[in-house]
Design a protein around this ligand. Structure first.
Ligand code: P53
Length: 478
């Protein structure tokens, strides 16, 4: 094992999701997705989810940054930075506009043929997420989203069409983006974006969430099997939002609390990797009287569709405390989450913790023993455009530099098996959580504001030249 530097062939790149940058929400036969019924929020509030598209409301994903028409220009800029890979998603509604059709929409398939060809022209390897908060809206209104077992087949059909169509263009895949966000079932955002679930008064939110997650885990496992049959060289991963949970103190009950929260947020990974539910989650369901539709055939499918690698996002860490009276160490974000006095926060309240990335890489390796891929990391911040058009985003460089340093330590000193690193929102795009344009992550600035005004003109920020050198030197020049 070489203990200096990152491996040759390390996949440096950038990450985006179709709905956050493409726009063209009705172009080429595309149907509306869950992202098309969400408005703009703010640093302190999630977006509003409307029932259908309401005239007079502003939906930022409808146009986004119009990557649909600008992708050639944008990929050229990625190539200029030296990207080895580009992570995006396939908008499900371009391929199956309603979601339950038997035949795919050729115009949608053709768009991604052209997009992947454009990447390959520059030797940029596409890394593709199948479902990234983009469920067809029709599946929400007609079927109740992933409350419904039928969604398994709809997803699997979509996955199989994509695997088959792009089998010679795409090698790296992921099934469901941040499948574990919905563990936060008391909010409306994650259940809707992960699973197309609108909760109604009286719903047992928690039970519905576990049921939806189960159908997705089965759908993912089926897709993995089909993908490997179509092309045995495919690398198919899961995608987990990894926010490590620290105990507030070394008090044993705080330690145990942090462990229990980790279990509740990350058991999804166990199912993807080991093909079965861990005991703790089954015991939890029993105690809470959570009854799920899980068939013996489902359990069989899970064991046969385990993933090849773990893709994950890393932005921040969190801290929990154990409160008196919480005898079962159940997690309630409102009462148990506390601040971390040792780290700073972004303007959106995300706690910045580069060492937490090294900790996370080690925790994932120790727990799952699989190759890892950091498919999102980055700093959402306000940028200021100077009179001459430049953007001096030293804060973004600083954030990324410190995280890359910790990532390198995990590889060089700890021996973590890491495939690549794709910072989030390599070009400015619509925020998933808030719908804002002005929560910017990019190396490339896009002239557009939260209200939708702007020329859509692209320009290079300071971080652009910096990241180019990072890639050129394989992470040595930071
Ligand atoms: P935004 C919450 C916590 C961690 C990651 O997020 C999250 C979320 C959801 O907001 O989402 C991922 O845009 C997601 C991307 C998203 C990115 O992180 O809210 O996979 O789609 O854009 C950043 O700042």
């Amino acid at each position: 094992m070489n203990n200096k530097g990152l491996p040759k062939g390390f996949l440096w790149g950038g990450a985006v999701a179709a709905h956050q940058l493409e726009g063209g929400w009705q172009a080429g036969g595309k149907g509306p997705s869950v992202a098309d019924v969400m408005t703009v929020g703010s640093p302190k509030s999630y977006r509003k989810i409307t029932e259908g598209i309401i005239p007079g409301e502003y939906y930022p994903n409808h146009e986004a940054i119009d990557f649909y028409h600008h992708y050639k220009e944008d990929i050229k800029l990625f190539a200029e930075m030296g990207f080895k890979c580009f992570r995006t998603s396939i908008a499900w509604t371009r391929i199956f506009p309603k979601g339950d059709e038997l035949e795919p929409n050729e115009e949608g398939l053709k768009f991604y043929d052209d997009l992947f060809d454009e990447c390959l022209k520059y030797n940029i390897e596409p890394v593709v997420t199948l479902s990234h908060f983009e469920l067809p809206y029709y599946l929400v209104t007609e079927y109740g989203g992933f409350r419904n077992r039928k969604l398994i087949d709809f997803f699997v059909r979509f996955a199989a069409v994509c695997f088959d169509r792009y089998k010679s263009k795409v090698k790296y895949w992921m099934t469901f983006n941040e499948i574990n966000n919905q563990a936060n079932f008391n909010e409306d955002f994650a259940p809707f974006t992960n699973s197309g679930i609108y909760y109604k008064p009286g719903d047992n939110r928690e039970e519905i969430m576990y049921q939806a997650a189960h159908y997705e885990l089965v759908a993912s496992a089926k897709a993995v099997q089909i993908g490997h049959a179509i092309n045995p060289d495919f690398e198919i991963g899961c995608m987990i939002a990894l926010v490590p949970i620290y105990p507030e103190t070394c008090k044993p009950s705080d330690i145990l609390m942090a462990q229990k929260v980790m279990e509740r947020k990350y058991f999804f990974t166990d199912v993807h990797v080991h093909g079965k539910y861990p005991n703790y989650i089954q015991k939890y369901w029993q105690r809470k009287n959570i009854k799920l539709d899980i068939t013996p055939q489902d359990l069989e499918v899970l064991t046969k569709g385990t993933v090849d690698y773990i893709g994950f996002s890393y932005y921040m860490s969190n801290v929990v405390r154990h409160n008196k009276g919480n005898d079962h160490y159940d997690y309630n974000e409102k009462t148990d989450l506390v601040g971390n006095q040792y780290v700073k926060k972004s303007d959106w309240g995300w706690q910045i913790d580069p060492e937490g990335l090294r900790y996370t890489l080690n925790w994932l390796t120790d727990t799952y023993r699989l190759p890892l891929f950091i498919v999102e990391n980055g700093f959402g911040a306000y940028d200021k455009v100077e009179a001459d058009g430049s953007v001096h985003d030293s804060y973004r460089i600083e954030y990324l530099r410190e995280h890359i340093k910790q990532m390198k330590l995990a590889v060089e000193e700890d021996g973590v098996d890491l495939m690549g690193y794709t910072p989030w929102g390599c070009i400015d795009l619509v925020s998933a959580g808030t719908g804002e344009m002005e929560k910017r992550y990019g190396f490339i600035y896009v002239d557009k504001d939260n209200k939708g005004n702007g020329t859509l003109k692209r320009s290079r920020k300071d971080s652009f030249a910096w990241y180019k050198k990072v890639i050129e030197s394989n992470g040595e020049t930071l």
